[in-house]
Design a protein around this ligand. Structure first.
Ligand SMILES: Cc1cc2nc3c(=O)[nH]c(=O)nc-3n(C[C@H](O)[C@H](O)[C@H](O)COP(=O)(O)OP(=O)(O)OC[C@H]3O[C@@H](n4cnc5c(N)ncnc54)[C@H](O)[C@@H]3O)c2cc1C
Ligand SMILES: NC(=O)c1ccc[n+]([C@@H]2O[C@H](COP(=O)([O-])OP(=O)(O)OC[C@H]3O[C@@H](n4cnc5c(N)ncnc54)[C@H](O)[C@@H]3O)[C@@H](O)[C@H]2O)c1
Length: 480
């Protein structure tokens, strides 16, 4: 390798997903020269095969579900969705799988972009294999941030690759609705894709290994989503997993055997069975780490097992909170940490301090875009029990609110808040019902601000809105 191929920067970021882009933005803004390395498309999974395309598929389905129950509007939305128009909209929202817009933004922010596959090559060093087969060696004066994200984790079924199964990539970029779609896994990807493709004309069978959908959330969330999915025509089955699956003649339909002995036939099978870190081929062994592992970090996003405070892992790859918004929050913290260390400053750590990623553990909001929508932040009742936290659990049927009936006359939904008995602050909230996605930030502010419940009495929600659920929850509590 010639010396011309060695480039030195203050900071090297591997992976230009939403998180890598934000780390690079922060370090550049702090005056540190930064290069970001990307092997596929700048913008990452979120822009092309996750958040953006999935929400573009779901929005028409959810809007129609609401409109179909609003007097005077129902007849206008009768009949099937215009699938071609929905898919064309999804294509636009995924920028037609081209990253020119992202590349332009990266350049405008003063960040260098290097296309290729990045691998750690010892302390503060990264080697990049470029698309034309060249190798570029990068050296960092201060920091390397691994932001390589995650990929779909497939179950250990024999010869699974011969099945050509769908993962999130195919499920968000398919150009036609399969007639019969079997979805394995009832987490967020499973239920969102079941909602979208059932609305787009597929006959969906959703297989849940557990006895409820969305098993990590409050049980009533999964119960309400099950009701509506079944009303929409989906076949939802509990307590089953796939024991064997084969594509007939290697090309035709998929024949699936389930753990209860039953069999299914489908045109496509989607495995929505969780995520694995993209860390198998990023040179982890060169710094004493195990390829394929999640990267454990402390609250400053510094990789704990590597000495010298130069290696960071930010976003999905550290497994703290697998959401774009939470990864971008970590990126803001990591950028501030890298800049402070580069200036030789003492870090300001501790809960909610600028150099401490706190919210990605204590107040992670998430919205599941299903009918009904599920929005939550903080602990569930089950989490509180597991952690031995003494909480008061308060429930309210959102459908009793005037604002909910105005929103959709057949409104079905429920809210739950958890109040820490000692501190008298909200430590968890779950809202299930149409339109609750914009409600969850009020709960996030209550959690992060640690607003005393007594003060929440004075936060008066407007009439008639679904936000009045806050007042009813507090009234329910004081009446009990
Ligand atoms: C179907 C689906 C829907 C989702 N919907 C939402 C949602 O609505 N809201 C939400 O908040 N979250 C959602 N998520 C989660 C969200 O997509 C992730 O949390 C987010 O993409 C993580 O960002 P990241 O930058 O850490 O990783 P990624 O987005 O995975 O980006 C990592 C980047 O690194 C690159 N890379 C990897 N290895 C290398 C290497 N060796 N060299 C160079 N480049 C490399 C990749 O090509 C990629 O561009 C969804 C996920 C899925 C699967
Ligand atoms: N709207 C959003 O914000 C959004 C949407 C999609 C994904 N995401 C993020 O992406 C992450 C990954 O989502 P996901 O749904 O892929 O994972 P998940 O971990 O949420 O759910 C995976 C499900 O698959 C099941 N499963 C695992 N192995 C199985 C097997 N062999 N057979 C049957 N079932 C099996 C698990 O029990 C679990 O219920 C989520 O945790 C979330 O953070 C967010």
């Amino acid at each position: 390798m010639t010396t011309e191929n060695i480039r030195t920067y203050d900071v090297i970021v591997i992976g230009a997903g939403p998180v890598g882009e934000n780390v690079a933005d922060r370090t550049t803004a702090a005056g540190l020269s930064t290069v970001v390395v990307e092997s596929e498309l700048a913008g990452g999974e979120c822009s092309y095969w996750a958040c953006e395309p999935s929400k573009a598929l779901l929005r028409p389905a959810l809007f129609r579900a609401d409109a179909a129950h609003i007097p005077g509007l129902a007849s206008a939305v009768a009949g099937p969705l215009d699938v071609d128009a929905v898919l064309a909209h999804r294509d636009r929202m995924s920028a037609h799988w081209k990253d020119d817009g992202q590349v332009e933004w990266i350049k405008s922010a003063g960040i260098d972009l290097l296309r290729g596959h990045g691998r750690l090559a010892g302390e503060r060093q990264v080697t990049v294999e470029t698309p034309d087969g060249d190798a570029v060696r990068l050296r960092a004066r201060h920091a390397v941030a691994v932001c390589t994200g995650s990929r779909a984790a497939l179950p250990p079924l024999p010869r699974i690759e011969e099945l050509r199964p769908w993962t999130n990539r195919e499920a968000t970029s398919a150009h036609q609705a399969p007639e019969r779609l079997v979805i394995v896994g009832a987490g967020v990807v499973g239920v969102e894709m079941a909602t979208a493709w059932q609305a787009l004309g597929s006959s969906v069978t959703l297989l849940a290994r557990e006895d409820v959908l969305l098993p990590r959330m409050e049980p009533f969330a999964g119960e309400l989503v099950t009701e509506r999915l079944r009303e929409a025509g989906a076949d939802v089955r509990f307590g089953v997993s796939v024991t064997d699956a084969k594509r007939a003649d290697g090309a035709g339909e998929v024949r699936i055997r389930l753990s209860d002995g039953s069999e299914l036939t489908a045109d496509e099978i989607l495995f929505a069975t969780g995520r694995a870190p993209r860390s198998t081929d990023i040179g982890l062994d060169s710094v004493g780490l195990t390829p394929g592992d999640w990267l454990t970090v402390d609250d400053s996003l510094t990789v704990t097992a590597v000495p010298g405070e130069w290696l960071y892992a930010v976003g999905d790859v550290n497994r703290r909170a697998l959401f774009t918004h939470q990864g971008k929050y970590q990126a803001r913290v990591a950028g501030a940490v890298i800049a402070a260390r580069a200036r030789g400053e003492q870090l300001d750590t501790g809960r909610w301090a600028p150099h401490s990623s706190t919210a990605d553990i204590e107040a992670v909001p998430g919205v599941v875009f299903t009918d009904p929508t599920v929005a939550s932040v903080g602990l569930t009742a089950r989490d509180a029990e597991r952690l031995g936290r003494d909480v008061e659990v308060v429930d309210y049927e959102i459908g009793h609110l005037a604002g909910a009936v105005q929103y959709r006359p057949d409104y079905r939904g429920r809210a739950r808040i958890l109040i820490d008995r000692d501190r008298q602050v909200v430590v968890g909230a779950t809202f299930v019902g149409p339109g609750v996605e914009e409600l969850v930030h009020s709960a996030t502010v209550a959690l992060t601000g640690e607003v005393p419940v007594e003060r929440l009495w004075h936060a008066v929600p407007a009439f008639p809105t679904i936000s009045e659920v806050w007042l009813r929850l507090l009234e329910t509590r004081s009446n009990s």
